[in-house]
Write a protein of this length. Structure first.
Length: 147
């Protein structure tokens, strides 16, 4: 089974991950800081933007794939995936600016809203769908028939 929404959003997430790592590398090379942040705030901000993406993307992708597997193609799921990707890009650009700013705040807030919506959607699917089997039901054990 192909999951076009999950695969598209995962591909976009992979590209963003590479882009965020590249941005960290740019500052590392310019400052000749190859381990840690060397006390440089700009490098620390870029490292956190990359780490924050790595903390949020896996759960979003798992939820998108799970919901898509359970429900199929959905305009709402496409919207959730696209909003998640745009939110992560906004957050990354916002992290370059000191203090609170609209891009960082909007990116973080939209990410949280998408994750909560996906989590609720996934939980609703899990608890409203009839189980394929129940671990509480007795299983029949076949014994070999005597010859």
């Amino acid at each position: 089974m192909i999951l076009p929404i999950a695969l598209t959003i995962a591909a976009a997430a992979a590209l963003i991950n590479v882009w965020l790592a590249y941005r960290v590398g740019q500052v590392r090379r310019a400052l000749k800081i190859y381990v840690g942040d060397g006390g440089d705030e700009r490098l620390a901000r870029r490292m956190r933007a990359h780490a924050n993406f790595a903390e949020n993307a896996p759960i979003a992708l798992v939820l998108i794939a799970g919901v898509e597997l359970a429900t199929g193609d959905s305009l709402y799921l496409w919207a959730a995936g696209v909003i998640f990707i745009l939110a992560r890009v906004a957050h990354a650009f916002g992290m370059d600016r000191p203090g609170g700013n609209l891009l960082r705040t909007a990116g973080a807030l939209l990410t949280a809203l998408v994750l909560v919506a996906l989590a609720l959607w996934a939980a609703q699917i899990a608890y409203r769908s009839p189980p394929l089997h129940s671990s509480l039901e007795p299983t029949s054990i076949r014994t070999p028939s005597p010859r």
